[in-house]
Design a protein around this ligand. Structure first.
Ligand SMILES: Nc1ncnc2c1ncn2[C@@H]1O[C@H](COP(=O)(O)OP(=O)(O)OP(=O)(O)O)[C@@H](O)[C@H]1O
Length: 320
């Protein structure tokens, strides 16, 4: 379990993390999602005790990680994919780590096999590819058989087979009752791996939501209707919580009314429909919409977004 409460980190006049409060529960994979610079790494470093909070607390399994008696059994950490700059072999790198942390030598081969580095275990880790380095980093994190695992961008640099492997590994760790917290800036990957999401933007909490709820929210919000009597249908559907836009004559984009209800209302009023479709906004689109105002640096775009209704409105504490 990870309990973050009122966590704030300032670097000079830059606030990297602002008053974050959330809980990461055991038994599921929780994704930590946010655009670049949102404060994910800073938060993870504070959870791991590598950075001191300006204010607030981060507890791991009910205590401050710095006070843990057997740190590597409490928390396994992988922070940023950095190649291991060492002339040591992967085996010796892990062995040194095990020896300084009172972990039995037998565990070293166990984690090497677990991450699939058996064939290269005696090779110099400094010469590893990014993907192999990432596997070694995960092996280091799991060395102490930790109750809680925090991995910063664990799929960075991995090929599709490697991504699938990480996904299954993380789900397996969660199924054993561990707390698994992983960061990513890819919504689509999180949707396949995580059960719950903590979304941040500019250091602040944007959403604390189950992936299923996020997916449902993203995919059922907009209904596209084509009708020769579009104007008439529009009048019938208008209500305080309903938004209807039209960029093309005879086509309505409707938010706030389910497709079934639109079909029924049209039928009851003898309005002909030539098309009725639920628009599947991609998860990545929904995520970008959610974090649009909190991206630090926008790419220059000639598109005018003003006035466009937001398809997703999730806020801290739940989707609505
Ligand atoms: N040591 C530091 N000194 C000054 N500013 C920092 C420091 N570390 C982080 N920051 C700033 O804090 C903000 C959050 O950075 P952080 O690395 O935590 O974001 P992130 O969500 O992990 O981003 P990314 O996905 O790009 O890794 C950024 O604006 C960053 O420039």
């Amino acid at each position: 379990m990870i309990e973050v409460s009122g966590l704030t980190k300032r670097y000079g006049d830059k606030t990297a993390v602002r008053d974050l409060t959330f809980t990461v529960k055991p038994g599921i994979v929780t994704g930590f999602l946010g655009p670049n610079g949102a404060g994910k790494s800073t938060t993870m470093r504070m959870i791991a005790g590598l950075d001191a909070p300006t204010s607030g607390t981060a507890l791991v399994n009910g205590a401050s990680y710095q006070q843990a008696r057997v740190p590597m059994a409490e928390l396994g950490i992988l922070l940023e994919a950095k190649a291991v700059h060492t002339s040591r072999s992967a085996y010796n790198h892990l062995l040194a780590l095990a020896q300084t942390n009172g972990i039995p030598r037998s565990r070293v081969m166990e984690v090497i096999d677990l991450v699939g580095l058996g064939e290269v275990a005696r090779k110099r880790a400094g010469g590893f590819s990014l993907g192999m380095g990432q596997r070694l980093g995960i092996a280091s994190a799991l060395l102490g058989d930790p109750q809680t695992v925090v991995l910063d961008e664990p799929i960075n640099g991995l090929d599709p087979e490697g991504i699938l492997w990480v996904r299954n590994l993380l789900k397996g760790l969660a199924a054993e009752g561990r707390t698994v917290f992983i960061s990513s800036h890819l919504m689509s990957e999180m949707a396949l791996t995580a059960h719950h999401l903590i979304v941040v933007g500019r250091g602040e909490l944007i959403a604390d939501v189950d992936v299923d709820d996020f997916v449902a929210m993203a995919s059922t919000n907009v209904v596209l209707v084509r009708s020769p009597q579009a104007g008439q249908l529009r009048e019938l559907l208008l209500a305080p919580d309903v938004t209807i836009t039209s960029e093309e004559a005879g086509v309505l984009e409707i938010r706030g009314v389910p497709a079934e209800a639109i079909g029924d209302i049209a039928y009851d009023h003898h309005i002909r429909l030539h098309g009725l479709a639920v628009q599947q906004a991609s998860l990545e689109d929904a995520f970008m919409e959610m974090t649009r105002d909190s991206v630090e640096f926008h790419a220059h775009s000639t598109t005018d977004h003003t006035g466009a209704p937001a398809p997703v409105t999730a806020h801290a504490g739940g989707p609505r």
